[in-house]
Design a protein around this ligand. Sequence first.
Ligand code: HEC
Length: 150
Amino acid sequence: MTSPAGLLVARGRFGLPGASVAARASQFKLDAALWMFEHAGSSFKKCWRGIFMLKLTAVLLFAHAACAAAHAQDAAAGGEIYKEKCAECHGPRMASTGGAADLRELKGDERARFDKAVKEGKGQMPSWDGMLTPEEIDQIWAYQRTRSKD
Ligand code: HEC
């Protein structure tokens, strides 16, 4: 072990004697990292910054891919519900054959209009309230987004 003087210095560095071992250890790691960073050349700093940015980009890319996959799944499920419940009037793949509204015309900011028509019904179309779960309505909307003209 170190001399009493060394211990004193160490105590000063690790904070109060009452602090937990884990807290002292993490403080030490932080000190060491800061020390290395302060004393490192600029290319070393750039390298670390580069790694940090790379990690951040990787995380964002991963999150984006995960969300895109989830969205594709929703749209696929919505397509199935559409085929079963809506296609006879609105046409295959939302391409109207003239009978009912062409749902491809709905724009991205018309979700409220879509919800209102589905929940309350519109013209010749009866309400779908209680026949579709909120999740199913979300899925049909996700499908609409893949079929939309906008
Ligand atoms: C029995 C035929 C029929 C079925 C089945 C049907 N619809 Fe319709 N729907 C219509 C008609 C007709 C209109 C046009 C009403 C009007 O504008 O007067 C319409 C309108 C709509 C509108 C409004 C479009 C707009 O431009 O505002 C939405 C949204 C819609 N339907 C969604 C659906 C969804 C989702 C399903 C399946 C769950 C579905 N419809 C099933 C006949 C149908």
